[in-house]
Ligand binder design. Sequence first.
Ligand SMILES: *[C@@H]1O[C@H](CO)[C@@H](O)[C@H](O)[C@H]1NC(C)=O
Ligand SMILES: *[C@@H]1O[C@H](CO)[C@@H](O)[C@H](O)[C@H]1NC(C)=O
Ligand SMILES: *[C@@H]1O[C@H](CO)[C@@H](O)[C@H](O)[C@H]1NC(C)=O
Ligand SMILES: *[C@@H]1O[C@H](CO)[C@@H](O)[C@H](O)[C@H]1NC(C)=O
Ligand SMILES: *[C@@H]1O[C@H](CO)[C@@H](O)[C@H](O)[C@H]1NC(C)=O
Ligand SMILES: *[C@@H]1O[C@H](CO)[C@@H](O)[C@H](O)[C@H]1NC(C)=O
Ligand SMILES: *[C@@H]1O[C@H](CO)[C@@H](O)[C@H](O)[C@H]1NC(C)=O
Ligand SMILES: *[C@@H]1O[C@H](CO)[C@@H](O)[C@H](O)[C@H]1NC(C)=O
Length: 540
Amino acid sequence: MLKASALLAYASLGVAAATTFTSFHLREYRATAPCGFTEVGPAPQNKTLSLRLALTESDADGLIDALYSVSDPDSALYGQHLSKDAVNRFVSPQPATIEAINGWLEENGLTFEKLSPAGDWIGINVPVAQANKLFNTNFTIFRHIVTGAEVVRTLEYSLPDAIAGHIELVHPTISSDSFPDPTSMRAPYYHIVPSLSPNITTCLNQSTPSCLQELYKIPTAPAVNQNNTLGVSGFRGGAVDPAYIQQFLETYRPDVNPPANYTIYRIDGDDPDDPGISEGYADLEYTLSLATNVPITYYFVGMSPPNVLTTSFNLYPESVVSFALTDKLCQAYAQLGARGVTIFIASGDDGAGCSQDSTQFEPKFPLNCPFVTAVGGTQNVAPEQAWPGSSGGFSNYYPRPRYQDAAVTAFLEANGDRYIGLLNASGRGFPDIAAKADPHVIYAGVFYPVVGTSLASPTVASIFALVNDRLVSAGRPPLGFINPWLYKEGYKAFTDITTGESTIMCTENVTNTIEATEGWDPVTGLGTPRFDKLVDLLHL
Ligand SMILES: *[C@@H]1O[C@H](CO)[C@@H](O)[C@H](O)[C@H]1NC(C)=O
Ligand SMILES: *[C@@H]1O[C@H](CO)[C@@H](O)[C@H](O)[C@H]1NC(C)=O
Ligand SMILES: *[C@@H]1O[C@H](CO)[C@@H](O)[C@H](O)[C@H]1NC(C)=O
Ligand SMILES: *[C@@H]1O[C@H](CO)[C@@H](O)[C@H](O)[C@H]1NC(C)=O
Ligand SMILES: *[C@@H]1O[C@H](CO)[C@@H](O)[C@H](O)[C@H]1NC(C)=O
Ligand SMILES: *[C@@H]1O[C@H](CO)[C@@H](O)[C@H](O)[C@H]1NC(C)=O
Ligand SMILES: *[C@@H]1O[C@H](CO)[C@@H](O)[C@H](O)[C@H]1NC(C)=O
Ligand SMILES: *[C@@H]1O[C@H](CO)[C@@H](O)[C@H](O)[C@H]1NC(C)=O
């Protein structure tokens, strides 16, 4: 009886709720479709959308505090990286969030799938008609003008007041990166330079593994600690032929036998037989030949994290990825950093970049994230100079992190006037460091000379993997998120690059340049690493 009346009360409440006006919070908005897309019309009401919801983390700020306290050399907790569980305690949504989301989904007859181990990402499948009501929006068909490819997205969406505090973002909705645009620059895939002969043997014109070993004093002696791993991010279409990698190593590291020791984890849906020349060859051939005997994992996805991770693809202009999505992904880098992972990412190959209206420099995702270490490019030897393609700049999303205050302020004080109006001087500056991006040879069936910051990140990652090998063998923690240490201390082991410049032509016949200068600059950062000096600085 009691039960029945309770049920009745609930039912009448439900009716009341349904007739009550639900008020909404606007969560994300964009004025127009991304460049290159046109609006076709409303999406079919019965089409099912697979949406991902990022739930509010328990203590996102706490995670960032924890990250800095294990990464700042002056902190009492320096090097005391967090366990996976400790990180998840910051990231997992609070019980109140889970309860609110469960109630809201149940009320709407929906179920969800947990997409991340910490439970901060969930997935729902929902018809357009219902999604439009849930998020007070109009999902729309957009067509890519050149390719005709169609996609269902929206220009804005809102969250009901009652759950607005529990959801950070809904994806894919407004972020340009989720509009499939095969014609946009997606990656700094190394550039092939067909005019150069792969036979050049001088280090002035070509960075072979032995040239890099000589320039940066990278030892050829094998690493000893098999727990100290180096992760190489793979990507779809990045399949590699192990025979090719073996061929490269036999050519450039004949002293190491057996040379190639790496583990491949395939990404779902990747074609293992993709025979194309891929970024994978550059990344694997150089890490394997420089980080001698460091266990290397290719296609790192959700495996236990390596001590160093190098990524040379998936760069976007900053404005292409919505701030909410950028921030969520940046937070994921912070999680890895807190666990002790050093994340190197190639800074990109188009200088300071151009905003869509060509009036300003355009920073890049994910280098704008203050928790990654961005690697720019250099060329030549004696002196080693800025490579003209080396990307750098200042974020419009993230303010300058404290760790780079002194270095970046010094650059702006000396040079700021020259770039007024072209860049946002208050933002996070990148790259942080650099390495050679001039012609390298890769083997992918034949020897190709290639250039790009894609080559620089694997070199730096190899050097730090070897530094970590010594640290870990001495019973010390790996370096983890290095930026606070780099700007305070580590830069002393780097060669400051003070000549050369990055160039970009945004408007016909107008070339913008940024010169490398003494100290930090947004072309080569703090400079290029010297293994021998790193080892001295760290008393190894
Ligand atoms: C959606 O509705 C249209 C028109 O009523 C129909 O032709 C189509 O088969 C439906 N699709 C699905 C997936 O139910
Ligand atoms: C959705 O489209 C309808 C019809 O054009 C319009 O009345 C409504 O205001 C739109 N809703 C939103 C949230 O834009
Ligand atoms: C480069 O090396 C290849 C193979 O060793 C050889 O066939 C070719 O003649 C060389 N080219 C030059 C310009 O030396
Ligand atoms: C090697 O590099 C120097 C300096 O950049 C350049 O002058 C020379 O032409 C290059 N030689 C070849 C063979 O590319
Ligand atoms: C590697 O890790 C395993 C498991 O944690 C541990 O037992 C072993 O002692 C470690 N080896 C070295 C050389 O640190
Ligand atoms: C390859 O690496 C694994 C650990 O990742 C190690 O156990 C094995 O001994 C290595 N093999 C060779 C031939 O060095
Ligand atoms: C400049 O960067 C700051 C963050 O440091 C940001 O708040 C501001 O909106 C940016 N300005 C522009 C014009 O994007
Ligand atoms: C760019 O320079 C070329 C060659 O000097 C000239 O023909 C062209 O008109 C210029 N374009 C613009 C937009 O000034």
